[in-house]
Design a protein around this ligand. Structure first.
Ligand SMILES: *[C@@H]1O[C@H](CO)[C@@H](O)[C@H](O)[C@H]1NC(C)=O
Ligand SMILES: *[C@@H]1O[C@H](CO)[C@@H](O)[C@H](O)[C@H]1NC(C)=O
Ligand SMILES: *[C@@H]1O[C@H](CO)[C@@H](O)[C@H](O)[C@H]1NC(C)=O
Ligand SMILES: *[C@@H]1O[C@H](CO)[C@@H](O)[C@H](O)[C@H]1NC(C)=O
Length: 363
């Protein structure tokens, strides 16, 4: 298991101990995904719908998952209500296929999937590891971690499920004057290019200031600043990422996704409970299809950037459905010592993100 330490920040939970080399990322032969033959989903929008009770959920027992991290292990850390485990996402116009781990592994046989981003990428990655382990509990699973990379190889299937921890997607370089967030620079592309499926995400860290801001200067073009408008910085960095995909990614081989903004629940006024400042009392989702608080601005920036791209990129549009799940966060029930209404319990909401990914990979 990768090791981690607790800290005061819910998103600084990635401290990975290097135990192996990176070469294993390259060890699995690659075959092209059917990137050119994507079927239209017709009239069904998988991302518009509501949560329904379903006794056949959750999809795995968190106590049986050897990969689950303490940040997400709500049952182990004393969450006593079980309602949040028993919901299924029901799109309005069709059904979402239930996650089938063996089928997922067969479809990806010989391929590599990588999640790239902040701790919300860790959340979906950890969910996928648990979902697959539950499907093939006796499979040989080799774990390797090095620096910002973690991977699980499902040896019998020659499938690699990998995580690249990257807070901003663009680079943060340590220079004599300090740490510089470089909005126009991406140096990790060579590793990304090896993958058959890439799922990118970034947002949580763009608004951090003070001790929680992991850079000292921000560089935009030739201009180096002490600070700038954070939404503009996010927008510029996403354009840099989009340009990387448009010019460097081989989308005939690699299926590219962007994972939408994962919502937090600290502002009760967003769901008509003014005065509520965290998710600790939330045990039920919001009924219906629409979150009263509206979409986060960052979502609009993502939509804008994706709409201007040349190469095909699929938005894994988790924002609306996750907004409805104010009940899905750990609260105090994690192995850290603080309230977390940003990440998600496992089993839980990220399992649905993976069901959506599974559905998209079939289309
Ligand atoms: C895994 O192995 C155990 C012990 O060998 C066996 O009892 C169990 O049925 C196996 N599970 C699956 C899903 O093959
Ligand atoms: C969480 O919210 C409750 C009331 O809803 C409040 O009593 C408690 O102090 C809050 N805890 C934290 C850590 O914010
Ligand atoms: C949500 O729907 C359930 C089942 O239809 C109902 O029992 C509950 O009262 C509703 N809650 C709210 C807040 O409307
Ligand atoms: C998500 O919610 C926004 C409003 O908050 C709405 O405009 C949009 O259509 C919704 N998207 C889906 C897929 O339901």
């Amino acid at each position: 298991m990768a090791q981690s330490h607790s800290s005061s920040s819910p998103s600084s939970i990635f401290v990975i101990i290097a135990i192996a080399t990176c070469s294993v990322f390259l060890a699995v032969p690659s075959r092209a995904l059917e990137a050119g033959s994507r079927a239209e989903k017709g009239s069904c929008d998988l991302y518009a719908g509501s949560w329904v009770d379903d006794e056949s959920y959750p999809l795995y027992d968190s106590g049986e998952c050897p990969f689950i991290r303490k940040e997400f292990d709500c049952q182990k850390y004393g969450r006593s209500d079980h309602f949040y485990l028993g919901y299924r996402w029901q799109p309005t116009g069709c059904d979402l296929p239930r996650f089938d781990g063996k089928d997922f592994l067969e479809r990806l046989r010989g391929k590599k999937i990588m999640f790239v981003g902040d701790s919300l990428s860790l959340n979906i990655f950890d969910s996928l590891a648990c979902l697959l382990h539950a499907a093939v509990p006796n499979a040989t699973i080799t774990q390797k971690t090095q620096r910002d990379f973690t991977m699980y190889a499902f040896e019998e299937y020659e499938v690699v499920v990998a995580l690249h921890h990257s807070l901003f997607l663009v680079d943060v370089d340590v220079e004599p004057e300090g740490r510089v967030l470089k909005l126009n620079s991406i140096k990790s592309g060579e590793i990304w290019r090896e993958m058959d499926v890439l799922v990118f995400n970034t947002w949580q860290w763009w608004n951090r200031r003070g001790d929680k801001q992991p850079w000292d200067y921000v560089q935009d073009g030739v201009t180096v600043l002490k600070d700038m408008d954070r939404m503009d910085a996010f927008h510029t960095a996403l354009l840099t990422w989009a340009n990387w995909v448009d010019t460097q990614a081989d989308t005939e081989k690699t299926r590219v996704f962007f994972q939408g903004v994962s919502p937090s629940h600290y502002k009760g006024e967003e769901w008509h409970e003014p005065g509520v400042t965290n998710c600790s009392k939330e045990t039920r989702p919001i009924n219906g299809t629409t979150y009263p608080g509206g979409l986060p601005t960052a979502s609009l920036v993502i939509n804008d950037v994706l709409s201007g791209m040349i190469k095909p990129v699929t938005l894994l549009d988790i924002t609306n459905l996750s907004q409805l799940r104010k009940d899905g966060h750990p609260g105090m029930h994690n192995g850290l010592d603080h309230m977390d209404c940003t990440h998600w319990c496992l089993a839980g909401v990220p399992d649905t993100w993976n069901e959506l990914l599974y559905a998209e990979l079939q289309s």
